[in-house]
Design a protein around this ligand. Structure first.
Ligand SMILES: [Zn+2]
Length: 248
């Protein structure tokens, strides 16, 4: 790369990084790659859904250019006094595997990619919260189809719920969510507690023709987690009713 090209690239990287930092108080390698136009959002989404083996594969530049860009980004971030914080990238799939960035899979390179740079002006606890939120596994989405005449691309079966995969819709049994139980939206306390207890869970959405968007219907949860929380809440209710009667 000529010094002039490097300067130009550096300018684009700084602009993209500054924008992300202003919007979110942190900036990631992904923000920079999208911001300089080397990674299109649709490819990013496919990677996040576990449909692309590694991110560099869908970045529109060769490996040495990408490596140069990431080096420029890191030296800008360090020079600006941003604080590096390693985060986790987890696929939006039932398996929830760790996403891979590099073709080589080299642990050091993976770690550099995963590192977010946080504003140095934030307090330590704010930085911790921000990093924790960024590391959280993304919500898994299950669709309640309007048209029930669909076929699972894996087993040829069907059902009243499906997960969209790259080749087409898949049934819950094939993606390993077949045992989950549906809890319709409405009871916020029950939903929150049961979700926290259920290792595997998914949001159920349905397309609203009148509103032109997907709307949340409820959650799929592990039956034992749901039953346990329902039992606990019922016991609490009995206690508070008993207390009310005693007070009267
Ligand atoms: Zn199937």
């Amino acid at each position: 790369m000529t010094p002039q090209n490097r300067r130009k690239l550096s300018g684009r990287i700084i602009k993209a990084a500054e924008a992300a930092l202003a919007a979110k108080n942190y900036v990631s390698s992904v923000d920079v790659l999208v911001g300089i136009g080397w990674l299109d959002p649709a490819s990013l989404k496919r990677w996040q859904q576990g449909q692309v083996a590694y991110l560099e594969r869908v970045v529109q530049a060769n490996l040495s250019r990408i490596s140069e860009a990431m080096k420029l980004f890191r030296s800008w971030a360090a020079g600006k006094g941003l604080v590096p914080k390693e985060t986790h990238y987890i696929a939006r799939t039932p398996r929830r595997q760790t996403l891979c960035f590099s073709k080589s899979g080299n642990p050091t390179i993976e770690q550099l990619y995963r590192t977010h740079w946080l504003s140095g002006e934030l307090s330590k606890s704010k930085r911790e919260r921000l990093a924790e939120r960024a590391s959280r596994a993304p919500e898994l989405v299950v669709i309640q189809p309007l048209n029930l005449a669909w076929t699972c691309h894996r087993c040829g079966g069907t059902g009243n719920l499906l997960v969209m995969e790259n080749p087409g819709p898949a049934c819950l049994r094939c993606v390993g969510l077949g045992d989950l139980e549906f809890l319709s939206a409405g009871n916020a306390l029950l939903t929150r507690r049961a979700k926290a207890k259920s290792v595997r869970h998914a949001v159920v959405v349905r397309f609203s023709k009148s509103r032109g968007r997907y709307e949340r219907q409820g959650l799929l949860l592990e039956p034992q987690a749901l039953a346990e929380v329902q039992r606990n809440l019922a016991q609490q209710e009995v206690k508070s009713v008993g207390k009310g009667a005693a007070d009267a």
